[in-house]
Write a protein that binds this ligand. Structure first.
Ligand SMILES: Cc1cc2nc3c(=O)[nH]c(=O)nc-3n(C[C@H](O)[C@H](O)[C@H](O)COP(=O)(O)OP(=O)(O)OC[C@H]3O[C@@H](n4cnc5c(N)ncnc54)[C@H](O)[C@@H]3O)c2cc1C
Length: 469
């Protein structure tokens, strides 16, 4: 049981309950939530460690919830393409998987049901960064006295080590960097000692996009060809990025027409690739140091600042989650006359007067992803052309979550809070109409930074796809 004691001392793992005992269980159950991969997954590895120690098999449980907000055909197809591959890889590792469709009675009820059926000695879950730090403890009650392990699987520095809500990259960066050597390590993929060999459970479905045919889901945002889901696609995206784009990342990442960024955000969002895998590969890549540093700043510092925001700030989906100085300033300008006001429908249909904004919206609707520089411009213009900052915030969150494959993510909520509510930013003078002290972006300024004609040609002048008709 020495190993189980060691897990207790691991800062990536929080535990509710006593040490597990083999005699009381038939497996270790890993409820896979966000880290939807079979390799380099700290939560799965913890489950394997516990199971090996107890000489038990591992069963992965996945709860597919078609009623989750914005769980439309686009998101679900991408996710299930990934899960199909994950199931095959788990089988190769001799680990079982049981996927069930949520039955409307809630996650706790579904977990209690499967735990009652497979009688695990311990239950492991990966942390959901959209929930408060200790929210997972609420699940402990339904585990029937079995210990519950919550593992930080999709961040490099454990969330609890960063302590509180940070107000800017400059305050969280030193805390992250101090801990990187310790936590930025290969995860390791150990062999399981005991294979899962039980009969399939009742009411489970094989993970595959075909499942969607029989489900009532929102089909208004359809699947996209640009981003095939899955770990293999993620790894090939990473290889391409390291070879062709990383060596020009620092100078070209803010040029939407250049394709210099990784395009990994959908894969990171669904945990089809983990941040450790990406960060270690970029750190050790043959690319200039300046490029590697710029990329790791986004992947680690900015990404974990966003996670810190959603873990510690309960109002991350609302404008109220932004800084007080920003709210005061926006409020002082709430009555300013707007040159233009668009409805949500006009935004959604890319029907503004601004071709650059419309091109960005079309990139998102048609491909499921928008370039990062355009995301800033996109959200700031929604602020400028909405009847109020609150309306702008709500429209930006809805469109982002609906269409972006990486939507419903801490990065999206932090990005919108930054663009509209000054989150992680500072006050900018001179004060402007509508924006107040919020940092401003103009079409002319954006046009000077990159070749806007090339971007417009790609996204505005091509024929409309089905998504827009
Ligand atoms: C208004 C707005 C909305 C956004 N919505 C989302 C969203 O829904 N989902 C999402 O993942 N990101 C979002 N971002 C953050 C960022 O724009 C994207 O993560 C990035 O553009 C994704 O492209 P990439 O994978 O090629 O990034 P790369 O430049 O290759 O960066 C690698 C990874 O680092 C992380 N990263 C990069 N930039 C940021 C950033 N500014 N903040 C936090 N993490 C970052 C992402 O995980 C990204 O995949 C948003 C930003 C803004 C301003």
């Amino acid at each position: 049981m020495k190993l189980l004691e060691e897990l207790r001392g691991d800062p990536r793992i929080a535990i509710a309950g006593e040490a597990p005992a083999a005699a009381e269980g038939r497996c270790v159950l890993y409820w896979m939530r966000r880290a939807q991969r079979a390799y380099d997954n700290p939560a799965l590895e913890s489950a394997i460690q516990i199971a090996n120690e107890l000489r038990l098999p591992v069963l992965v449980y996945f709860r597919l919830n078609p009623r989750h907000p914005h769980a439309n055909a686009r998101h679900l197809t991408f996710m299930l393409q990934g899960l199909e591959e994950t199931a095959q890889e788990l089988a190769k590792r001799r680990i079982g998987i049981a996927m069930r469709i949520a039955n409307g009675l809630g996650a706790a009820n579904d977990l209690a049901r499967i735990a009652g059926e497979v009688r695990p000695a311990a239950i492991v879950i990966d942390r959901d960064p959209l929930k408060p730090l200790d929210a997972w403890r609420g699940m402990a009650g339904v585990c029937g006295g079995r210990p519950l392990y919550c593992v930080d699987a999709d961040m490099i520095v454990p969330a609890a080590q960063l302590g509180r809500e940070h107000y800017a990259a400059r305050t969280i960066r030193p805390r992250i960097h101090e801990r990187l050597e310790r936590f930025l390590q290969p995860i390791g993929n150990r062999a399981v000692r005991v294979a899962w060999h039980a009969e399939p459970l009742a009411d489970t479905v094989a993970p595959s996009a075909a499942v969607l045919e029989s489900l009532e889901i929102d089909r208004s945002a359809g699947p996209v060809a640009e981003f095939p889901g899955g770990g293999a696609a993620a790894r090939s995206c990473l290889r391409r990025f390291l070879r062709d784009r990383l060596p020009r990342y620092a100078s070209e990442r803010n040029r939407p027409e250049k394709d210099a960024t990784s395009g990994l955000s959908p894969y990171l969002h669904y945990g089809q690739i983990g941040p450790h895998t990406v960060a270690l590969a970029a750190r050790d890549a043959e690319a200039p140091e300046e490029d590697r540093r710029a990329f790791l700043e986004e992947l680690i510092v900015r990404r974990e600042l966003a996670i810190n925001f959603t873990i510690y700030n309960r109002r991350f989906r609302q404008i109220e989650g932004c800084e007080r100085w920003a709210l005061r300033s926006l409020s002082a300008h709430r009555g300013d006359p707007r040159e233009r006001v668009y409805s949500e429908r006009q935004f959604d249909n890319a029907q503004t007067h601004d071709p650059l904004w419309n091109a960005a919206q079309r990139q998102m609707v048609e491909s499921g992803w928008m370039h990062g520089y355009m995301r800033m411009y996109w959200a700031k213009k929604i602020l400028e052309w909405s009847r109020s900052p609150r309306a702008a915030y709500e429209v930006a969150v809805r469109l982002n979550d609906r269409y972006e494959l990486d939507g419903r993510d801490p990065n999206g909520y932090a990005g919108i809070a930054w663009a509209i509510g000054g989150k992680h930013d500072r006050a900018w003078g001179p004060e402007r109409p509508v924006y107040g002290m919020i940092r401003y972006m103009s079409a002319a300024g954006a046009g000077r930074k990159f070749d806007r004609r090339a971007y417009l040609a790609r996204w505005l002048e091509r024929p409309l796809s089905e998504a827009f008709k």
